[in-house]
Design a protein around this ligand. Structure first.
Ligand SMILES: [Fe+2]
Length: 326
């Protein structure tokens, strides 16, 4: 007699939520908590932060480097395949040999995470929203929110403003100005283009564009120039993940304030607390992990070098972990 493995979306438990397995990992949720088990240990965490972190991991396609859901669970992107780990970047878990890591094809882990979100996010809860703009993540299973959990980042095909851009720039777009940005001037710049260059020259009101962002901690892409990606985003409350960089990442604080907790990427030991006010610019090193706190909804421009060669060059010591040494 053979025992069949637990399939994606096995029968719901007494709270209405299905359990899920991926390799040696098993995920379950109840009214308040998510329980994760692996061959050498187990972890319990509150449902709301877990779902908000998993939502970012899916929407960002596992992002650059490490996405720590908390100090124990997370993913490490190898661009094509992804490690799911427990305790891998936690010194004490490693010492106690409770850590565990498994590698999965990109599509397999993404499909599993998407299935968990489809089942565990209730109708009233939007994991992308600021706390004051969503209902509760807790309680017995109650409907689903497929519109929210299948949302992906807005990515311009060209610079915003040029033909074929993502037209997130007027009330007709369906994106009203957020409550926090009602004082932002929405006038668009006047650009007089020499005949023949209408397809190549434009400008747009960047603050006006960002004031219509309906999500938090989910960068859009407004310009692509080879590997240079300009990724602005609006932030409120706490970044739902602790991001472990695999390359230098530039931050330009466009409005208000974000407080960053910066730790060593491997051990989690504190390295710096960075308070960024409007106009401040910082380069986050390639060997850190960080989590941001935005007391009021703020605008942040993240500048990424998307080159696939960078993580290897940094790991081999061929490129520095900081952009400049003083
Ligand atoms: Fe980062």
């Amino acid at each position: 007699m053979t025992t069949s493995p637990i399939q994606l979306g096995d029968v719901p438990n007494e709270h209405g939520y299905r359990p899920f397995t991926l390799g040696g990992f098993r995920f379950e949720r109840d009214e308040h908590f998510v329980h994760v088990q692996w061959p050498t240990g187990r972890h319990v965490t509150a449902a709301e932060p877990f779902l908000k972190a998993m939502m970012r991991d899916v929407a960002w396609n596992f992002f650059y480097g490490t996405v720590n859901f908390d100090s124990v669970i997370g993913t490490l992107n190898h661009y094509g395949n992804v490690d799911l780990f427990a305790g891998r970047f936690n010194e004490e878990y490693r010492k106690a040999e409770l850590d565990h890591s498994e590698n999965f094809p990109h599509d397999e882990i993404k499909e599993t995470f998407q299935a968990i979100l489809n089942d565990w996010v209730n109708e009233d809860f939007d994991p992308f929203a600021a706390p004051m703009e969503t209902g509760s993540a807790y309680g017995e299973k109650s409907g689903n929110n497929s519109r929210a959990v299948t949302r992906t980042r807005v990515a311009a095909k060209r610079m915003v403003g040029l033909p074929d851009d993502e037209p997130l720039r007027s009330d007709e777009s369906g994106y009203p100005v957020n409550r926090a940005f009602l004082d932002v001037d929405l006038d668009e710049p006047v650009v007089e283009v020499v005949k023949g260059y209408e397809n190549e020259v434009s400008a747009f009101n960047f603050f006006g564009y960002l004031s219509r962002s309906d999500v938090t901690w989910n960068p859009s892409v407004v310009s692509v120039c080879r590997d240079s990606l300009m990724c602005p985003t609006t932030e409120e409350f706490i970044l739902p993940i602790i991001h472990g960089n695999d390359r230098v990442e530039w931050f330009l604080q466009l409005s208000d304030e974000i407080i960053w907790e910066v730790e060593d990427r491997e051990s989690g030991k504190p390295r710096a607390k960075v308070v960024m006010k409007a106009g401040d610019c910082a380069a986050m090193p390639a060997d850190i992990r960080h989590q941001g706190y935005s007391p009021k909804r703020s605008m942040l421009l993240v500048w990424e070098n998307n080159s696939p060669d960078l993580p290897g060059m940094i790991a081999r010591g061929e490129a520095p972990t900081v952009p400049v040494t003083f």
